[in-house]
Design a protein around this ligand. Structure first.
Ligand SMILES: [Zn+2]
Length: 343
């Protein structure tokens, strides 16, 4: 008797597609296509069938065999892939934590300086990097013939505006809009046409402070800068003033922090200290009492109010803190450099 080949065909394909693993699939292969399978028996007996049935039985059995073999091949491929994945995927392994970013050493240093100043009552003020000549020079009492205005030092844009050469511009903008007392800090990027080398860059970052009120003195400036230095570079840090000239302050000073690398001895393990070059002091920045001319530009009563201003480069402090000897490293975006400062 000839079995129902079409039913066998459907049953075999369904069973093969549902096979759970390679072993079960092999059993199905033997059952449906092996030497003793019904299908093989049908195919082997076609010659003995009545002539009128040979053709249709032969076609059905041939089609069934072809489909079953195709289904076996497909299922085997899927099960093999699953098995391979299962061999390498250990679902009990802990997940891989995503790589965490970290602040750039300049940002971290700036944040700490800002934090220290905020604790002393300074509010953060912001201003544009593309400035006009008035805010960058005139209002800061920088005369028209001052060498800093020369386009050798300043990047001028086609429309006459410029890239700010310091963050003092922000102080002017604040004083134009607010009456005293004022206690603000500004922090940000500045630009000067410098030849780039290990200690100079045409892009750098500054932080500045401005305090205007009745009776503000140079002693307040020294106290503020000393507290700031000790907060950022350590308790033992000292500060010294040297007379200087700036157009926008009178009197003006440059100030140095004592070298915390060699503890002011000028040498480390018998060698000259590289950070302070053996002097025990590190030049940091400029400061002074705000020039009365600046107050007049912004409409403050220069008889009633006095104030101090100071500023310095954030790169300088970050280099001292981390022992970095080349300012260019800050802007190269080399991950090998930035990853060292996980602080
Ligand atoms: Zn030193």
């Amino acid at each position: 008797m000839v079995p129902d080949i079409d039913q066998l065909h459907r049953e075999a394909v369904a069973a093969i597609r549902a096979a759970g693993d390679l072993k079960a699939l092999e059993e199905l292969r033997v059952h449906y296509t092996g030497r003793r399978s019904q299908l093989r028996q049908v195919l082997g007996s076609i010659g003995s069938l009545p002539a009128d049935k040979r053709r249709s039985v032969g076609q059905s059995a041939g089609r069934a065999q072809k489909d079953i073999e195709a289904a076996l091949g497909e299922r085997q491929q899927v099960l093999k892939l699953e098995q391979e994945a299962g061999d390498t995927l250990d679902v009990t392994l802990p997940g891989r934590p995503p790589r965490q970013g970290q602040p750039h050493p300049l940002s971290a240093t700036a944040d700490e300086l800002v934090d220290a100043l905020r604790h002393m009552g300074f509010a953060v003020a912001d201003g544009p990097e593309v400035e006009d000549e008035y805010h960058n020079f005139d209002a800061l009492n920088t005369p028209a013939d001052h060498p800093a205005r020369d386009d050798h030092d300043t990047f001028y844009l086609d429309d006459g505006s410029l890239l700010r050469t310091h963050t003092s511009t922000v102080q002017i903008r604040i004083m134009e809009t607010q009456p005293p007392p004022i206690r603000v800090l500004s922090v940000g990027r500045c630009y000067r046409k410098e030849t780039v080398d290990a200690t100079h860059h045409m892009i750098f970052h500054q932080i500045e402070g401005l305090y205007v009120d009745e009776g503000v003195s140079l002693a307040d400036l020294k106290g503020t800068l000393t507290a700031l230095a000790q907060r950022v570079l350590g308790e033992r840090t000292q500060i010294r003033f040297r007379p200087h000239f700036f157009p926008f302050t009178e009197p003006s000073v440059e100030y140095d922090f004592s070298c915390t690398i060699c503890d002011q001895r000028g040498e480390v393990e018998g060698r000259r200290c590289r950070v302070c070059k053996g002097t025990g002091w590190i030049e940091i920045g400029g400061a002074g009492m705000v020039d009365p001319n600046v107050f007049r530009h912004v409409g403050y009563d220069d008889e009633k109010f006095s104030g101090f201003a100071f500023g310095f480069g954030i790169e300088r402090v970050a280099m001292i803190r981390h022992g970095i000897d080349d300012i260019r490293l800050f802007l190269e975006s080399d991950m090998r450099f930035t990853r060292q400062f996980s602080s």
